[in-house]
Write a protein that binds this ligand. Structure first.
Ligand code: AMP
Length: 550
């Protein structure tokens, strides 16, 4: 057999540190602005950030942290958190970002499961650290992201971040690491069972950052001022802390104040052009902007994902404020970006209604990721926009297996996402449900997501969830659970009438129930398992009559 002819190019490893080095060299004076938990605004540059990340690396090495060791963070979006990203991964340690919104039991489980050596925390989380410390004996010290005078007095082995960093000179060269080494550890929210860890490599993070930065993905430029509302403790803030330095974009960190007023003021003050977050955040931002009759003077585009972006929100941003919405889908197991809704040249020539129809979907994959939908028998389903199936993905930033688990979650080399979706002839993905949340009426599937989107388009509805409710004839029928806007008086009948003509008759919810609030996961997604439990005994009016219209 002939010897294969190999390419003869340099094998330079793709390292996370090189993203920050690039920004420090070529956007050295570009600012990183943070609203600190101390209450003030902190400003410095990429050059300063790299310097302090090196000092942190030196400090951690002095403390005995070795390559492969896990160093955790419990922190808001801010410059010290960014230093922690690079100051750990830069020398081969693993940055484990913890979601402080999880239950303390889950956090203790995660810290022990990850075997974290040190945990860096914002002092707002001091009460949480006090609870966790006795339950996490392997953590050598909890490092307060603060000056010595602001270190909280709690019963735990504590160190002060600023004094640790200040004690080092920053005379340190990032080592070239094998690109397959682990870099970040992120746990899923764990709505059922324990959270599971996704362990990213340097290579996967680097490639994901390049994919995210592409013009038709998040599209970062050195002219952008980027404000990630999505937390750095949730899937690396969708890769923004890597994609922004790669492009040399200005970074603006909102800290802990994520209400509409605080965000809007920061966006205006820092001339933010790009932002990203989950729909609930934008709901409060839009409500604030409307209440004061303001306009966005610099914001050009925003990525909305994590849950389905209601079409009404997309229309408000675009029609009333001229801000382009990019609907995106992804998950922890895919670093997280999978798809984004952007039109190609030909699609952008189509009539407005057709363009909108596409942009409301979750979009097409970033080059590098591949997706397909499969039926119950595992066979691929047509990309006709009609067939529903289990969504499977693969690519260089999709997990192969979970941290500390030998079992492969893959099916024929593909990762089953647990989402149910359609893919249309344009290649646009539309998520219809989580597979365990799907509503099966007489053997046919009803998309809860589509019904929820219609419900929230009603002016009196603040939030809505659609769940399967037992039905004696059809097995399951949709039940709509609604939170009204304050002071709204909408009735069950009026809401049901609102669905007329918008969906097939057999998709119409069989009942509407009003509640004060809906249960959410730590990452802001609807907790439908809990809702289904709450309404397990609910008797649909159609069940009493013996049949649902279908
Ligand atoms: P997480 O791993 O916490 O980021 O959650 C990932 C899950 O969030 C996905 O599997 C989807 O179920 C859901 N999700 C993310 N983005 C969207 C979106 N744009 N529309 C609907 N569901 C989404």
């Amino acid at each position: 057999m002939q010897t294969p002819l190999m390419g003869q190019m340099m094998d330079v490893p793709l390292n996370v540190s090189t993203l920050l080095v690039h920004a420090a060299r070529y956007a050295g004076h570009t600012e990183i602005v943070s609203r600190r938990i101390e209450g003030d605004i902190h400003r410095y540059t990429y050059r300063d950030c790299e310097q302090r990340a090196k000092q942190l690396a030196q400090a951690l090495i002095r403390l005995g942290v070795a390559q492969g060791d896990r160093v955790a963070t419990l922190a808001w979006n801010g410059y010290r958190h960014l230093e922690a990203y690079y100051g750990t991964t830069g020398f081969g340690a693993v940055c484990h970002t913890i979601n402080p919104r999880l239950f303390p039991d889950q956090i203790a489980y995660i810290v022990n499961h990850a075997d974290d050596r040190y945990v860096l925390f914002d002092t707002t989380f001091a009460p949480l650290v006090a609870q966790l410390a006795p339950r996490c004996p392997n953590v050598k010290a909890w490092i307060a992201l603060a000056d010595d005078e602001n270190i909280p007095s709690i019963d735990a082995p504590l160190l002060g971040y600023e004094s640790l960093v200040r004690a080092q000179d920053g005379d340190y060269a990032w080592p070239a690491l094998d690109e397959r080494l682990a870099s970040y550890l992120c746990y899923t929210s764990g709505t059922t069972g324990h959270p599971k860890g996704a362990l990213y490599s340097h290579r996967s993070v680097y490639l994901h950052a390049m994919g995210a930065a592409l013009p038709d993905a998040m599209g970062f430029s050195a002219h952008d001022s980027v404000l990630p509302v999505v937390p750095m403790f949730h899937v690396n803030a969708w890769g923004i802390p890597h994609g922004a330095p790669l492009a040399g974009a200005k970074l603006v960190f909102p800290g802990k104040d994520l209400d509409g007023k605080s965000l809007f003021e920061l966006m205006e003050a820092e001339r933010v052009t790009f932002s990203a977050g989950v729909p609930t955040v934008w709901m409060s931002l839009l409500a604030h902007v409307k209440s004061i009759g303001a306009r966005f003077s610099s914001l050009q585009r925003t990525v909305i994902g994590g849950s389905c972006c209601p079409p009404s929100m997309l229309a408000t941003f675009e029609d009333e404020y001229g801000v382009r919405v990019i609907h995106a889908w992804g998950m922890t197991e895919m670093s997280p970006l999978g798809t984004l809704a952007r039109l190609n040249w030909e699609q952008s020539q189509r009539p407005l209604a057709e363009r909108r129809r596409l942009l409301q979907k979750q979009g097409t994959v970033i080059c590098g990721v591949d997706m397909k939908i499969v039926g119950q028998d595992g066979r691929e389903l047509p990309r006709d926009g009609i067939a529903f199936g289990d969504l499977h993905v693969r690519g260089p930033w999709v997990i192969d297996r979970y941290f500390s688990s030998d079992e492969s979650p893959l099916v024929d080399g593909w990762f089953p996402t647990g989402d149910v979706a359609t893919i249309d002839p344009d290649g646009f993905l539309q998520i219809t449900d989580r597979s365990k949340d799907v509503i099966k009426s007489g053997g046919e599937w009803i998309s809860s997501s589509e019904l929820e989107n219609i419900a929230v388009a009603h002016p009196d509805v603040a939030e809505a969830a659609c769940i399967a409710c037992h039905h004696p004839k059809w097995d399951e029928r949709p039940l709509l659970v609604v939170v009204k806007r304050p002071g709204a008086a909408v009735t069950r009948e009026a809401l049901l009438a609102f669905f007329e003509g918008k969906v097939a008759k057999w998709w119409m919810p069989d009942d509407v129930v009003f509640v004060d609030e809906l249960p959410h996961t730590a990452t802001g997604k609807l907790l439908k398992l809990k809702l289904r439990e709450m309404f397990r005994e609910h008797v649909l009016p159609t069940a009493r009559e013996g049949a649902a219209s279908r």
